[in-house]
Design a protein around this ligand. Structure first.
Ligand code: PM9
Length: 471
């Protein structure tokens, strides 16, 4: 007699082994659903800028992965251990120890968030007339470099500006471009190289270990410092483990430390990798620079043992640093972003390839080839996504690039993108499916779309507050 047939699961049938999130859900937050008429009203009131929407009017919020991650039960328990003494909070010492242990820098000052740290380092080391080379600009980073009198120079590899290039390390610095800048302006005019671990504006693309080591050697030859924007460095370390020869069997935390050890210091927006609502820090190995930062932080942020954060926030951050480097956390985090990206790619929707660490970037230039860049194709696409389903995304194109401070003209970046940033540990695979289906619906209507005109433009970081009207 034959054995009864046991029905196979999907995975067994296809020989597939899926990953799953290494956590289960303990608390849920309801999402407010909106009607099409409500969304029409809300986006018009917001001047077609998704930053100006009320979050209550948003269904799936992929505006940013900044401060929007879900804290673990350990982090929430840490909030109860907050020591809110004005000076010398024990949570500061815990945070200092976590930065030393995992990032490896000697000295750290806390700040209220990443741009607080960018302000300190820019004011301390940049002199008017200096040049700061980096692997693509970031909005707040470049603004602080400019406010300190510096000029940012993009030295990222050309592939980073090409959305279809499948280069595995599109965040790499082109050492020839850096050498050419050194030859042109002289090393004494370059206070540091500004290196981001996973490059946000390029699509969340990583830097290889080989590249950072070669960069270090070039910097050493000329006595130039190398500072890291460590905001999403954990994700960068995961890509090295996945893609770079010799790293497949090393834990992410080890790769991460090796990378940070190659640099002289870092600034951090803790709201991303470290999964806290607010916080940041600046860390350096140079005692003299630390001394200046520790003095300056009391002017702009708060005492050097809290820097604008509450004790409870520092405790959650110290715990988040450790959690951010777990291999299984990063596999699920990057796996979820990749799931969404591959779904869109399979449907023929133009996105930045390969799929990056924190977000899927839609290529508005290819989606709306008929809308000129001065009519804001990416801004238009963010508004259409919101109108379709209440999905909130962020423009990362000409609006974000702002104006050249010398000429006053719009900067015209090669990449005209819309970012769908995935908050950490927040949304399920079903949310990703709904998101992809909304993008597809908007994509299918692409030929009928018209652009926007800007009707209000603030002086700094205009993408946050600019207002638009339909053409
Ligand atoms: N990034 C983001 O959504 C927050 C709003 S957009 C300015 O991607 C890097 C690589 C970032 C970053 C913020 C900051 C500034 C520095 N470097 O927002 O001030 O992605 O904590 O950090 C945002 P804070």
């Amino acid at each position: 007699m034959s054995e009864p047939m046991i029905p196979k699961t999907m995975g067994q049938q296809f020989g597939r082994r899926s990953w799953a999130e290494p956590w289960k859900i303990k608390i849920v937050e309801p999402i407010h659903m909106t009607s099409s008429a409500e969304r029409q009203r809300a986006i018009a009131e917001a001047g077609y800028n998704t930053f100006l929407l009320r979050s209550e009017d948003v269904t799936i919020d992929l505006l940013t992965d900044s401060g929007t991650g879900a804290m673990s039960d350990r982090q929430l328990a840490g909030l109860m251990l907050g020591d809110e003494a004005y000076a010398g909070s024990r949570n500061f010492y815990h945070l200092e120890e976590a930065v030393r242990t995992y990032y490896g820098y000697k000295y750290m000052v806390p700040t209220h968030q990443g741009r607080g740290a960018e302000h300190l380092i820019s004011q301390i080391v940049i002199k008017p007339g200096d040049f700061i080379p980096g692997n693509m600009y970031f909005t707040t980073t470049r603004l602080h470099q400019e406010l300190a009198g510096g000029t940012f120079v993009d030295v990222i590899i050309d592939e980073a500006h090409d959305p279809i290039s499948e280069h595995p390390f599109k965040g790499n610095v082109d050492l020839d471009k850096l050498q050419a800048l050194i030859d042109k302006v002289g090393a004494e005019k370059i206070p540091y190289v500004s290196l981001a671990g996973t490059v946000n504006m390029a699509g969340g693309q990583p830097v290889s270990m080989a590249n950072v080591k070669a960069l270090r050697r070039l910097c050493d030859r000329y006595g130039i410092r190398l500072y890291l924007d460590a905001t999403r460095m954990a994700e960068n370390a995961y890509f090295i483990q996945e893609r770079e020869e010799g790293y497949a069997d090393k834990p992410v935390a080890e790769i991460f430390k090796e990378f940070c050890d190659t640099t002289d210091g870092a600034w951090m927006s803790a709201k991303k990798d470290s999964m806290v609502s607010i916080g940041g820090w600046l860390a350096v190995n140079d005692e003299e620079i630390f001394d200046k930062a520790r003095n300056m932080v009391v002017v702009y942020e708060g005492l050097h043992t809290y820097g604008g954060m509450a004790g409870r926030d520092m405790e959650a951050l110290a715990i988040g640093i450790e959690e951010s480097l777990h291999d299984d956390h990063l596999r699920a985090r990057i796996g979820q972003v990749r799931y969404l990206g591959e779904l869109l790619s399979d449907w023929g929707i133009p996105i930045v390839r390969p799929v990056g660490g924190h977000a899927v970037f839609l290529d508005a230039r290819r989606i709306y080839p008929h809308i000129p860049q001065d009519q804001f194709p990416a801004q238009t696409l963010t508004a259409e996504l919101y109108l379709d389903s209440g999905l909130r995304a962020m423009e990362r194109g000409i609006v974000s690039a702002g104006r050249d401070p010398k000429t006053g003209e719009h900067r015209h970046p090669k990449l005209e993108l819309v970012r769908l940033a995935i908050p950490r540990r927040v949304y399920t695979q079903a949310h990703m499916d709904v998101t992809a289906e909304s993008v597809k619906a908007v994509y299918d209507m692409r030929e009928q779309m018209r652009g926007l005109k800007m009707v209000y433009e603030p002086a700094y970081l205009r993408f946050f507050q600019a207002r638009f009207a339909r053409l």
